[in-house]
Structures are given as structure tokens and as C-alpha cells.
Design a protein around this ligand. Structure first.
Ligand code: 6PG
Length: 250
């Protein structure tokens, strides 16, 4: 049973219910996109949160038109695809290996000599696969985002210059904890131009940041500053992640 708190926030019992919701919406959004444009473009998040959702997509794979679905990634670590930290590896193992999606519909972040080159190539890939005019911004039908405990989304971290990017579609970025890997991420203009943005957060370890994003006024938090041009965005959280929200009533 989901509880509606405000227009852009839905609180669910757990990730199972969130997955069912996302799958229902995915079907509706993809159906409409395919009817209108002949194709459906989705950008998937890495991290741990969406793994059960990807497994559920596999369980229900017969329902989807994979041949007309283009799959992008919201971000990637600058590592080879066979590295355990690779988001592509996770998404491949959880989803892509088990569905009938043509290989040409899959758009991983290419790993080049360095992260900057990878970002440049990923931008080129988006431009060519999505037939964008020069300077055009993709209109992704659906973007799935996890939320970090510091409020980051994709690999857009609080307080980094990546948040000021206005022209590029993909950039290289470094997490504030420099012991971590360099990353490649889609930029805010790409996220803000999407038709549908789902933020997914579960567990009490996300409760403080979710409260700050939803109720606070911190303009430095990437998850809080997403502001779609024309599309819709919604936070899908479980009761644990929503446990500190003052307006949370069962
Ligand atoms: C990644 C992500 C990142 C992630 C958040 C939340 O590559 O790790 O794209 O933005 O979604 O860090 O991660 P969890 O889902 O593991 O909590």
C-alpha cells in the first residue's frame, strides 16, 4: 500500500512495491513512446538499490518491447567492464544477459584511455544513437536514479563543478572521496530534459538525506536541484527512507 505525501513523493512499504510501481510506469511510458516515436529510451542507474528491480524486469520480460528499447547508463566508473565496480557489468548480469534486447540497443559508457575521452565518446554515442541535432539535448523517456547518502545522483556529487555544466551531455567527474574511482556521468541538462525521472531510495541510512532533499532548502544537493523542463519527476522511497519526514503519516 503506498502513501501519497505530496505530488512528487510516494512512500511504499518496500522495494518490492516500488519495483511493481516502476514496472507499471515503464510499461505505460514505453508504450506511449513507441507509439509516438517508434522507440523508447531509458537511462539506468548503477548502485545496489535497483538490482531487485532489474531482476523483476527479467521475471516479466515478455511484457516489454526490447527490440524498440534503447538502454543507456546514467553513470559509470572508469573501470573495465569486467571489473566488479562496473555499473555496466552489474546491469548486464542483472538484466541485459537475460532479455532479448538487440546488442545495438545497448549503450554502455565506453571506457577509453581516460575518463574525459570516455565522456566525449559517450556524448557522441548519445548524439548519434538518438539522432540529435548539433547542440541538441536528448529527450530520454525515462531516467532511473539512485540517491547517495550525501545527496548525489548518477555521479553528480554535492559541491562539484559538474553541477554547473550546461552544454555537455556527459562529463568525467571525481567523487569527493578521492580514494574512489573517477566516474563518467550524464549531466543535469540531460536529466532535466527527460520526460520522466524516478529517484529511488530505500533504507533508514537514506532517511536523513531524504528529509533534507524533500523538506530542506539545500540548493547544493544534486537530488534536490533536479528541475525537469517539461517532464515529471517523482521520489519513490520506502518507509525506512521516509522515516524522518515530518509529514509522513501512514
Ligand atoms: C552508482 C550510481 C549512484 C548510486 C547512488 C546510490 O554508480 O553508484 O549511479 O548514483 O545510484 O550512489 O547507491 P546505492 O543504490 O548503492 O545506495
Amino acid at each position: 500500500m503506498k502513501t501519497r505525501l505530496k505530488k512528487n513523493l510516494l512512500v511504499f512499504k518496500g522495494l518490492d512495491e516500488i519495483s511493481v510501481f516502476v514496472i507499471e510506469k515503464w510499461l505505460e511510458i514505453s508504450h506511449n513512446a513507441i507509439e509516438k516515436n517508434g522507440r523508447f529510451a531509458v537511462a539506468l542507474s548503477g548502485g545496489k538499490t535497483p538490482v531487485p528491480l532489474y531482476n523483476k524486469l527479467v521475471e516479466l520480460k515478455e511484457l516489454f518491447q526490447w527490440d524498440k528499447t534503447d538502454i543507456f547508463l546514467v553513470d559509470e566508473r572508469f573501470v573495465d567492464f569486467n571489473n566488479s565496480e562496473s555499473n555496466f557489468r552489474m546491469i548486464k548480469e542483472a538484466l541485459l544477459d537475460h532479455i532479448d534486447v538487440p546488442v545495438e540497443n545497448i549503450h554502455p559508457v565506453p571506457i577509453e584511455e581516460d575518463a574525459e575521452l570516455s565522456a566525449v565518446q559517450y556524448e557522441k554515442d548519445m548524439i548519434s544513437f538518438l539522432n540529435l541535432a548539433n547542440g541538441g539535448i536528448p529527450r530520454l523517456d525515462l531516467v532511473l536514479l539512485g540517491v547517495g547518502e550525501d545527496g548525489h545522483i548518477a555521479s553528480l556529487f554535492p559541491g562539484t563543478s559538474a553541477l554547473n555544466e550546461t552544454g555537455k551531455l556527459a562529463i568525467a567527474t571525481m567523487p569527493p572521496d578521492i580514494s574512489k574511482r573517477e566516474r563518467i556521468t550524464i549531466t543535469l541538462p540531460v536529466i532535466n530534459n527527460a520526460d520522466n525521472i524516478f529517484f529511488i531510495a530505500i533504507g533508514t541510512n537514506k532517511a536523513i538525506i531524504i528529509k533534507e532533499i524533500i523538506e530542506g532548502d539545500n540548493r547544493l544537493l544534486p537530488a534536490a536541484i533536479v528541475n525537469p523542463e517539461e517532464g515529471k519527476s517523482v521520489f519513490l522511497i520506502d518507509e525506512g527512507a521516509g522515516s524522518l519526514l515530518s509529514q509522513y503519516q501512514k
